[in-house]
Design a protein around this ligand. Sequence first.
Ligand SMILES: NC(=O)c1ccc[n+]([C@@H]2O[C@H](COP(=O)([O-])OP(=O)(O)OC[C@H]3O[C@@H](n4cnc5c(N)ncnc54)[C@H](OP(=O)(O)O)[C@@H]3O)[C@@H](O)[C@H]2O)c1
Length: 265
Amino acid sequence: MKKIVVIGGTGLIGSKVVALLDERGHQTIAAAPDTGVNTITGEGLYDALDGADVVIDASNSPSLDGREAKRFFLTSGSNLLDTEKAVGVRHHVALSVVGTERLQDSGYFQAKLAQESLIAASAIPHTLVRATQFFEFLRRIADDATRGAEVRLPHALFQPMAAQDVAFALVQAALDEPTGGMIEVAGPQSYFMDELVAHVLEHDGDKRAVVSSADAPYFSVRLNEASLMPGGNARLGTTTFEKWLSSAPLPRSVPPLVTIPGARA
Ligand SMILES: NC(=O)c1ccc[n+]([C@@H]2O[C@H](COP(=O)([O-])OP(=O)(O)OC[C@H]3O[C@@H](n4cnc5c(N)ncnc54)[C@H](OP(=O)(O)O)[C@@H]3O)[C@@H](O)[C@H]2O)c1
């Protein structure tokens, strides 16, 4: 049995990681501001990490704005690594995003790369787990790309995966020895982003129309065919998109169509 602290242990991925580790009988701490552990202020951090074998960082910046995200990941990361050094943590596992270095037109992905570099340069043995987009994130992709009644997305390949499979991969990495490098994890199949998002919206009864546009950005990044794709050594999750969609709860509200005065329905 290991003592494992999950930073962001109340979030989408972190809460699933905590549940999996609890099932396996490990001593697990779900660390987040709501549970009294704050990696920015340092509140509760030393006590939570004291005696821990492994720290899994599945936290996220409360703001996706580039500058704020960078401040979050660098401050949080430094506080974590310093405390881990002080208490003798033997393995730091962190969640990042496949293709981060190819997405540097986005301030958020600059922040993720800065987080990765901080960890790679630290003295704590580490494993970086880079995941592709979560199926649970597809509706958020649609919302970010919505202009009026249209969702403008590129016809670019990606290989999204279920949050549950991301959690499995983090748990596996945490229970293995540190690799000192990067592991990629991805879904079982690749899709075109515009087509898959259209499929989700149709499933939801969401009337927004997906418009494929070569120059439409993905969160301010112009994608090419390879931008979001994992490499050949990626570990693949087993949950298919169809299986996930059939069991995923519908969103609480479908965004209303923006109607243009005077336009005919
Ligand atoms: N979205 C994607 O498709 C995707 C793909 C690959 C990788 N990722 C990465 O996955 C990671 C996790 O994403 P997620 O969607 O699971 O995040 P999430 O659901 O937003 O959860 C974020 C967690 O971080 C915690 N947190 C925030 N500020 C904190 C602080 N100061 N101290 C301690 N904990 C803090 C939050 O706690 P509170 O709720 O109490 O604030 C929450 O538990 C991110 O780093 C992201 O870059 C995302």
